[in-house]
Design a protein around this ligand. Structure first.
Ligand SMILES: O=C(O)CCC(=O)C(=O)O
Length: 274
């Protein structure tokens, strides 16, 4: 077990976890360099002028070195403990963010299904673009999920979205990692015009019919082609062809389901032999 029982309890109760200093400065140096190379090469990041967000999906898949994050014992430990060791890697976005991101959840599942692992590559504080979360908002009966209080409509109670009661600002330095349940409401306020951040979305392997329906629904909305990036399938060849056997466990199900959900945007190729 990678996470302590207390970390498990915290995640269950509040829907997020922060890992200060999980990656060393030398690691973040190459991670940030590869990230920028990816965004500038595949996502028009070199034309980013700060007037709006520049985003790419996927991110790590475009760099053989960033792909190794999916083999990293820290990522495997966190995701394996929360989702099961056979979790799926479900792509992720890379961003030069500009300005605020309003309150939203990334999903609305009846139980824990998916998590987001977020790398913020610049120091970010409460009023300079760090991730803010509404603790406990992943619970089905939370006021944020029931509709009793809508943080997007804070004006209705005379408030400001940046001052929603009870939120937590997860201030981070490069090397810190933040992880949250897709159901957890989150936002960011006051960031600059080139806030570097990328994510890895990870979810449970679908085993029951209900879970497989969530997997397919996820592919409808969150995979590269759903965001307008046609890479010929769920993953790049680089991700697949450089994968050690352990990584393939996290790629197989979505590789297969992508061909079913997006047949017209799947280029036939073999899955690597294990
Ligand atoms: O950092 C941000 O602006 C928010 C990130 C976010 O909303 C997300 O990754 O879903």
């Amino acid at each position: 077990m990678y996470l302590t029982q207390e970390q498990h309890n915290f995640f269950d109760a509040f829907g997020y976890l922060a890992f200060p200093g999980l990656f060393a400065a030398e690691e973040i140096a190459w991670i940030a360099a590869e990230f920028e190379q990816v965004l500038d090469t595949f996502g028009a990041g070199d034309q980013h002028d700060g007037s709006r967000r520049t985003m790419i999906v996927p991110t790590i898949d475009h760099s053989e070195r960033l792909c190794t994050l999916l083999d990293d014992a820290r990522i495997l430990g966190i995701a394996g403990d929360l989702l099961g060791d056979d979790f799926n890697y479900a792509s992720g976005d890379g961003n030069y963010y500009s300005g605020d991101t309003g309150w939203h959840p990334d999903g609305n599942y009846p139980e824990l299904f998916a998590i987001k692992v977020a790398f913020y590559l610049d120091p970010v504080g409460r009023d300079s673009g760090c991730l803010r979360v509404l603790p406990g908002s992943h619970h089905n009966d939370s006021i944020w999920r029931s509709g009793a209080a809508n943080p997007r409509e804070a004006a209705a109670w005379g408030g400001d979205p940046a001052d929603v009661p009870g939120h937590v600002a997860l201030e981070t330095e490069p090397g810190d990692l933040v992880v949250f349940n897709h159901n957890t409401w989150h936002a960011s306020f006051g960031g600059g015009t080139r806030r570097r951040m990328f994510t890895m979305n990870l979810h449970k392997r679908g085993k029951t019919a209900e879970e497989l329906a969530w997997v397919d629904e996820y592919l409808q909305h969150h995979c590269p082609v759903a965001h307008g990036f046609k890479i010929g399938g769920m993953y790049t060849d680089a991700m697949l062809d450089t994968a050690p056997p352990g990584r393939l466990v996290h790629l197989q199900q979505l590789f297969e389901r992508h061909a079913l959900v997006h047949p017209e945007d799947t280029v036939a190729r073999d899955f690597p032999a294990t």
